[in-house]
Each structure stands twice: as C-alpha cells, then as structure tokens.
Unconditional design. Structure first.
Length: 331
C-alpha cells in the first residue's frame, strides 16, 4: 500500500475457509489419530492428494463436511481408525509375549473405552449402534457431562491452548519467511544486478501465497507441528501435556481416599435425576393421550396415588393437565 491509496488490499482472501482439527490420544500420552475435517461437499475441498498421501501424515484422517463439523459419517470413520489402532496394539502386545495371533483373534480379544463429549452426533442412536457393530460390542463409550468439557476433557483443559499457539506461530513464521523472500524480489538491494519484481507479479505472488488452496495444503503441516509440540516431554517432567492431563483429571483423583464412594454417590444422584426426567416425559405423553382418549380426572388421581405426591409438585406439568382437561371438556 502507498500513502493516498483509495483502496487497501490485504494479503488474505475474503473467503476464509475453516476446518476442524483435533487429536485422539490415550492415557499414556500417545497420539492415536489426527482428524482434519474441511468444509466442502467433495474431495476437492481437501488438501491435495500428494499432501494426504505424504507418510508424515499417515496418522491423519482427512474428511469433509458442508460446514467442517463432525458428522455421523466422519465420526464413524474416526471410530474405525481408533478400533484399527486398538487391534494392532493388541497384536503387538501378544507378539511381545511370544504369541502370534491373527487380526481376527486380536479383534475378539481387544477392548477399549472411548471418552467423548455430548456433541449430538456422539450421543445419537445411529452413532452408538454403528460403534457397537464396528467393535462387536467391545468398544465402550463414556461421555463427559454436557457443559463439562472445560473441566473434565483433556483436549479442552490441557491441549487446545498450546496446540493453537504453536500452530499460529508455525503459520506466522511460514508467512513471514515467504514475504521476506518476495520482498527481496520486489525491492532488491541497490547493488544487486537483479531487476525488481514487477508490482503486478508481486501482488499476484502474494495472492497465490494466501490462496485457499495454498493454505489448505499447509494446514496439515501446521497442525502436525502442533501435535508434535504437545507430544514432547515437558521440562523437568517424564510426561507430555497429554499424559499430564490424564493424570490430573482422571488417574490421580482415582487414587485419592473416598473417590470411589464419592463417584458412586454422584452416579446415583445422576441416575435419580435421569429417572425423574424420564418420568416427567412419560407423564407428558400419558397426559396428552388422556386428553384425547380418556378421563383426565381419573388419570390425575391415579398418578398422585402412584407417585405419593400432589400433582402441583410438578408445576410445568400442571399447565399441561389443565390444558388437557380443557381440551377434554370442550370435545
């Protein structure tokens, strides 16, 4: 840009595509898979095939959805990659003990627990059935409570911040080094015999540098760099940030006195609340049915006898009963 310019052009295109990048890991701090979901309807929205086939990205799972969010298909693809890893690890463990087993035998012996957040896809019946079928019932899904990922999910509590920081640094260095190269071409030293790069060529090169295609192909490089960064052991510790997260959130609390009793009590409270919600839902369904087919007074009396409490203890449902009663009498 120059002083007095009426239009200032930026190096970034207005169409800033996003993608979802996250990693799957275990309690030992190992990275099992890296999932990268790009926005788009076809494979054209993915990094170039040469990038995807690069051996250094063999642990990547490249996918695409219209909005770069996880879908049923991408989640089941990830489940398949995880189960494959579990089975291969089981085979390695057997071989280390001097036992040779087939993949089928390893599948029958393997088991794993997969901890997930309450993203709607993860809690859907189709997903749970798909995972059940994939692992033959040997993959158990456990959920971090809704709105609890900020306290109980390692990715959120320990990993995302250093990953994002490192990826930003890596991409910033890449951009700076490329701009320095182009600037040297555009503004060579006075004693250089090389002619300056024409302004049009310079602007075209900058646009190409920051094009969607170029950035899409670089995204796995920066994400992988971030994964390598958090996989390294922390200073003065014999563990990386992933293992530290598992230790602090899950493994260390388990060893504390009274943990099991507290966990059981919390589970019982959760189950009671869940049963209460299920009862409310059932009550609403029954009330709606009685409003159309039966005597609402008899239904209310029956419900109070069964629950040993007055109907007014469920204030929201009282309105449903009154509406149902009104509908019944107006028929």
């Amino acid at each position: 840009m120059h002083k007095g310019d009426s239009e200032v052009k930026g190096s970034l295109a207005e169409d800033k595509r996003q993608y979802t990048g996250d990693i799957v890991h275990n309690a030992r701090g190992d990275v099992i898979a890296v999932q990268a979901i790009f926005a788009g309807k076809t494979t054209a929205s993915l990094p170039h095939a040469a990038v995807r086939k690069d051996p250094k990205f063999s642990h990547f799972l490249f996918s695409h959805t219209p909005n770069h969010w996880a879908s049923l298909q991408t989640s089941l693809e990830l489940a398949g990659r995880i189960w494959q890893w579990v089975v291969e690890e089981h085979k390695k463990d057997a071989e280390a003990k001097g036992e040779s087993i087939t993949t089928q035998e390893a599948e029958q012996r393997s088991q794993c627990v997969w901890m997930l957040d309450c993203w709607p896809v993860n809690t859907s019946q189709a997903f749970r059935e798909g995972v059940q079928k994939l692992g033959g019932g040997r993959i158990e899904i456990m959920y971090v409570p809704a709105e609890g990922t900020g306290r109980y999910q390692v990715n959120d509590t320990h990993m995302h911040k250093p990953m994002k920081w490192h990826a930003q640094v890596a991409s910033g260095r890449w951009f700076a080094s490329n701009m320095m190269f182009l600037n040297k071409k555009r503004f060579p030293r006075p004693d250089s015999s090389q002619p300056p790069m024409p302004p049009e060529q310079y602007e075209s090169s900058v646009r190409n540098l920051m094009s969607t295609t170029r950035l899409r192909n670089m995204a796995p490089v920066w994400l992988n760099s971030a994964v390598e960064h958090i996989s390294q052991s922390l200073p003065d510790e014999q563990r990386n940030i992933i293992k530290k997260g598992w230790d602090q959130l899950y493994l260390e609390p388990i060893g504390k006195e009274g943990f099991l009793e507290t966990a059981r009590a919390a589970h019982e409270v959760t189950m009671q609340e869940r049963r209460k919600e299920q009862d409310k839902l059932k009550f609403k369904e029954q009330t709606a049915w009685m409003a159309e087919h039966g005597n609402i007074d008899d239904f209310v009396a029956s419900w109070e006898r069964q629950e040993h409490q007055p109907l007014t203890s469920l204030a929201p449902e009282v309105l449903l009963v009154k509406d149902a009663e009104k509908i019944w009498h107006e028929r």
